[in-house]
Design a protein around this ligand. Structure first.
Ligand SMILES: C[S@@+](CC[C@H](N)C(=O)[O-])C[C@H]1O[C@@H](n2cnc3c(N)ncnc32)[C@H](O)[C@@H]1O
Length: 179
């Protein structure tokens, strides 16, 4: 799949949630994981992180939202159920993205929201568990950025192969005419 992504959490307080999210991130192919001001014991993460994600994904920790450092050109995407945020099914994922989720009992801090290039929400009646929200966003990235055979008209599996990739037109480079 083209591009890369990382995912992280702000002020998370339950190791089990981080462990679940890390396991999903590892499985969806995240390139890095981060936590801003976490309030949990790392041992708890290891208990819930049954896929050994720490051995396979770089982990970064920050004491303050202002310290968050992302790779050059990587866009920060806040995941929060707030007014005026973009509905996930209508969102075009950046090629280079870092997704960030809020705490179990609150929302992304105003400082972090200010740093976000985009804020998205999963349209639903009320908030779901933070690790579920992260998994839904990673799944949406997968199905919107990876090429799969199209869904058929009738219920059931695909009836067509994945469409051949069409390359963009090459721009012709004109030779400079001699005087
Ligand atoms: C359980 S929610 C926090 C509680 C929520 N702010 C409230 O009091 O209603 C934890 C985190 O999960 C994410 N989240 C949960 N459901 C979401 C949704 N439908 N859309 C976007 N983010 C969601 C957000 O990052 C949120 O900060």
């Amino acid at each position: 799949m083209r591009g890369y992504f990382g995912i992280g959490v702000e002020q998370i307080s339950k190791g089990g949630n981080v462990g679940n999210l890390m396991r999903s991130a590892h499985s969806f192919g995240a390139n890095f994981f981060f936590a801003i001001q976490p309030a949990f014991d790392l041992k708890d993460i290891h208990a819930a992180d049954t896929s050994g994600s720490f051995d396979h994904m770089p982990y970064h920790q920050y004491d303050d939202p202002q310290d968050l450092a992302l790779p050059e050109g990587c866009q920060l995407v806040g995941i929060e159920l707030i007014r005026d945020s973009i509905e996930l099914p209508s969102f075009k994922h950046p090629l280079r993205a870092a997704y960030v989720l809020g705490p179990e009992m609150g929302s992304l801090s105003p400082e972090l929201q200010e740093k976000c290039d985009h804020i998205i929400h999963i349209p639903m009646k009320f908030c779901v568990n933070v690790s579920i929200a992260g998994a839904l966003v990673m799944y949406d990235r997968l199905i919107s950025m990876k090429r799969f055979p199209p869904r058929p008209v009738k219920a059931g599996g695909p009836t067509e192969d994945v469409a051949n990739h069409t390359f963009g037109h090459r721009r012709k480079i004109r030779k400079k005419e001699s005087p």
